[in-house]
Design a protein around this ligand. Structure first.
Ligand SMILES: Cc1ncc(C[n+]2csc(CCOP(=O)(O)OP(=O)(O)O)c2C)c(N)n1
Length: 193
């Protein structure tokens, strides 16, 4: 499956939730489908999107948080999975787009290209729901089930190593940061999700 198609299929789920993505290709692809103030694209801090999502999920149990991660990023901070599992917030869904590649910096193969299994690593870390999906339909079903179950889940979506032509967008990092912070504050004040 192509990640852009996968994102398109789950976009309605993202619209109404807090979303934290890694930098690079996935961030640009999500923005191409439509930016929202509840989307935060974590620049530079490779491997830490799940940690940021975890902090928000723990601090704001009233919100649903979805983290869009990459195999290279997860492999760079594998302790992130054990920390997710330790705190296991029910309002956090962790989706790893596994293209077996560091696509955003030129496409070097990662350890998942040589057999490492991130869903198995997540499960062994203690994440209560972990699975691998290979088609858009499987992804949509797994996301629906995980959100319904209200239990920490890691879904590894195997995708082709294809990304957008350019990773830069017209949304500067600081603007995104302040907009996202304002969104979190406003939802807290009104009690809306
Ligand atoms: C600590 C750190 N090291 C290296 C980089 C450079 N870098 C940016 S994106 C990226 C690849 C990310 O790979 P992956 O998470 O698999 O996502 P993909 O680009 O394949 O979508 C790298 C190495 C960085 N941002 N931070």
């Amino acid at each position: 499956m192509r990640r852009l198609e996968a994102l398109q299929a789950i976009y309605p789920r993202l619209e109404e939730r807090v979303v934290v993505t890694i930098m690079g290709a996935v961030s640009a692809e999500l923005q191409s489908l439509g930016h929202r103030p509840n989307f935060f694209y974590l620049q530079h801090a490779m491997g830490l999107a799940s940690s940021m999502g975890l902090g928000i999920a723990l601090a704001r149990p009233d919100l649903d948080v979805i983290v869009l991660d990459g195999d290279g990023s997860v492999l760079m901070n594998m302790g992130g999975l054990t920390t997710l599992a330790r705190y296991r917030p029910p309002n956090l869904l962790h989706i790893i787009f596994d293209n077996e590649s560091l696509l955003s910096v030129g496409g070097f193969p990662t350890a998942t290209a040589t057999g490492s299994d991130l869903a198995a690593i997540a499960a062994a870390s203690g994440v209560p729901r972990a699975c691998t999906v290979r088609t858009v339909d499987e992804l949509a079903a797994a996301v629906a089930e995980a959100l319904e179950a209200r239990e920490l889940a890691t879904i590894v979506a195997k995708v082709e190593a294809i990304g957008p032509g350019a990773f830069l967008t017209d949304l500067p990092l600081l603007e995104n940061r302040f907009q996202f912070q304002r969104y979190l504050r406003a939802t807290k004040e009104t009690g809306a999700t």
